[in-house]
Design a protein around this ligand. Structure first.
Ligand SMILES: [Zn+2]
Length: 567
């Protein structure tokens, strides 16, 4: 119910090329600071609340009372009177797909579709405008949320004939809301050389009907069969558009740093160029995703904690060990409650995972493994435990589990014991919550689903994010989910596991910075740190729950420069 349009036209976007150049213009003596914020409720996160802040040369140079900070005002200082508003460190989305955020704005947005017929109608409209042979892509279709089950269907998923009939000349590729399955039309299957006889690849499935006919749904590793018919990364012009659109959207929503959960080496090269040329609007911390051989060859040369004045860092290696719960790809210890033959999918070999863990330790990277099901989480913790034991000389590796969504109770304390970071997404809990008990049953859901408090109380670090474009990158939505656990249907999902406002803020700031070895640079408003600040129209730390989503981002400041300002 709290989804809104991605871009409100009433807002003025101040994201400009000049605004995101690396700061190299420290004010000369007498000019004063670049930016001063006065008269605010400035939550530093680490040192309480202050009323004023000054930034110079991209860094925070003063925080404190008006008297402490006013002396930094010079002839060229931009002074903003906050009028009592809340300022906090810029939000750090600690798990998303940066290029995907831009690409999602280029593709058909199917998140709000209400039925399969609705999807088919939108593709028909796009096909009418497309050249023959041009790919039509869409993403975000949620068959669980449709008002009617498609007819005909297999396991609740549609069959491609009606889609293929409206798009005979254009290949169509529609990514599922979970990002872990796609739907293809007949033309796309033809171009990909897939037919009813094509066998399922390892770790994937071509969903078939009772006669063995391919329905059009490709799960997990089977998606690659369709992807091979189309260039994976798009053209440089498309990629530039993706970076610009993703930057704009992040800045407009108050995100100043973004942990990119899996890019190829080639994409990293492109993003470095974007940072050099000044069109990368937010700071990225990137996890590399590549085949093992390529990782072995290239990882040593790509590690960086500081590229283009902290605009970009490469510090993680990403592997996905299972799929998502929605498409029953999450790897479980016990079968699905609503599909007793299935325990989900293991999408990467454990031997490879162990070897890559060694590589990560050798080359100084954090390993970041996607694990959603309780079996996948246990396997990752086992690999991490063995890897850490083999390297007693390394005490602070900060390996991460991406999602850590469904945990066996025995495994919950292992995060803190091993120093493993739980990189979770508050908003997933409330959008998926309505059907989680169908998949897992009530007992597993209560004991181990999105158990933020259990993890925090055991001493683990829990970060926050959106997995955008799977969810809207808006941190206020995920913050609201995190502090309420109020689902889209209005009910609460095991609310004893919700976070306090300050815990949620930490998960989106200082703890997210810690999860990238950046806690000395970001995540709090202390002197010496990067001047990344967000000003909100409402005090989301104190307003009633139901007002949190009314808060607007008034300013997004990156490196002491206003990068976005509401009208
Ligand atoms: Zn992801």
């Amino acid at each position: 119910m709290y989804r809104t349009t991605l871009f409100s036209l009433s807002l003025l976007i101040l994201f400009t090329l000049a605004g995101c150049q690396p700061a190299d213009d420290a004010a000369t003596a007498g000019d004063g600071a670049d930016l001063v914020l006065l008269n605010g409720k400035i939550e530093t996160v680490t040192n309480g609340v202050v009323e004023a802040l000054a930034a110079e040369g991209g860094r925070i140079v003063a925080v404190g009372t008006r008297d402490d900070v006013e002396k930094h005002i010079g002839a060229s200082t931009e002074v903003i009177d906050l009028g009592g508003r809340l300022a906090i460190p810029g939000f750090i989305d600690s798990h998303g797909h940066f290029m995907g955020v831009g690409d999602a704005r280029i593709q058909l947005n199917l998140r709000e579709t209400e039925s399969w017929d609705d999807v088919v109608a939108r593709v028909a409209e796009a096909a009418a405008q497309a050249e023959p042979g041009e790919w039509i892509r869409g993403r975000g279709w949620p068959q669980d949320k449709w008002t009617a089950v498609p007819a005909p269907n297999v396991e609740g998923f549609p069959i491609h004939d009606s889609l293929s009939a409206v798009s005979p000349e254009n290949p169509v590729l529609l990514t599922h809301a979970s990002g872990h399955a796609l739907f293809a039309n007949a033309k796309a299957m033809e171009l990909a050389g897939v037919d009813d006889a094509t066998p399922d690849p390892e770790g994937g499935e071509i969903l078939r009907d009772g006669n063995g006919r391919a329905t059009g749904l490709f799960r997990e590793n089977a998606e690659g069969l369709i992807h091979r018919a189309r260039p994976a990364e798009g053209t440089p012009a498309e990629m530039r558009k993706m970076v610009e659109l993703a930057s704009q959207e992040c800045l407009q929503k108050g995100v100043t740093s973004f942990h990119d959960a899996g890019s190829s080496f080639a994409t990293v090269d492109f993003l470095k160029q974007a940072a050099d040329e000044g069109f990368l609007g937010v700071r990225l911390w990137i996890m590399i995703r590549a085949p093992e051989d390529e990782l072995r060859e290239k990882l040593p040369a790509y590690f960086t904690r500081d590229y283009a004045d902290h605009r970009l860092a490469v510090g993680g290696v990403k592997i996905s060990l299972d799929g998502a719960l929605g498409s029953r790809g999450a790897w479980l210890l016990e079968p699905y409650s609503d599909s007793p033959e299935s325990t989900g999918l293991n999408t990467a070999s454990l031997d490879m995972t162990r070897r890559v863990a060694e590589l990560a330790v050798e080359d100084g990277y954090q390993l970041c493994i996607h694990a959603i099901g309780d079996r996948a989480n246990r396997e990752v913790l086992d690999v991490y435990e063995d890897t850490f034991e083999a390297h007693p000389e390394k005490s602070d590796l900060r390996f991460r589990i991406e999602h850590a969504q469904h945990l066996h109770p025995d495994d919950i304390p292992r995060f803190a014991e091993l120093g493993v970071i739980a990189a979770m997404q508050g908003v997933h809990c409330t959008s998926d919550g309505p059907w989680v008990p169908d998949r897992l049953g009530d007992k597993r859901s209560e004991e181990g689903a999105y158990v933020w408090q259990k993890l925090l109380q055991s001493g683990a670090k829990v970060t926050n994010g959106t997995d955008a474009p799977v969810e809207d990158v808006n941190p206020l939505k995920s913050f609201y989910s995190t502090v309420t656990r109020r689902m889209t249907n209005g009910e609460l999902f095991y609310p004893d596991q919700k976070m306090s406002r300050m815990e949620a803020l930490r998960s989106y700031t200082i703890d997210a910075a810690y999860a990238a070895f950046e806690e000395d640079l970001k995540g709090s408003l202390d002197v010496g740190k990067l001047a990344d600040v967000v000003v909100l129209s409402k005090d989301v730390l104190t307003v009633p729950d139901e007002e949190i989503l009314d808060a607007k981002v008034d300013y997004t400041i990156v490196g002491g420069k206003v990068a976005y300002r509401a009208e």
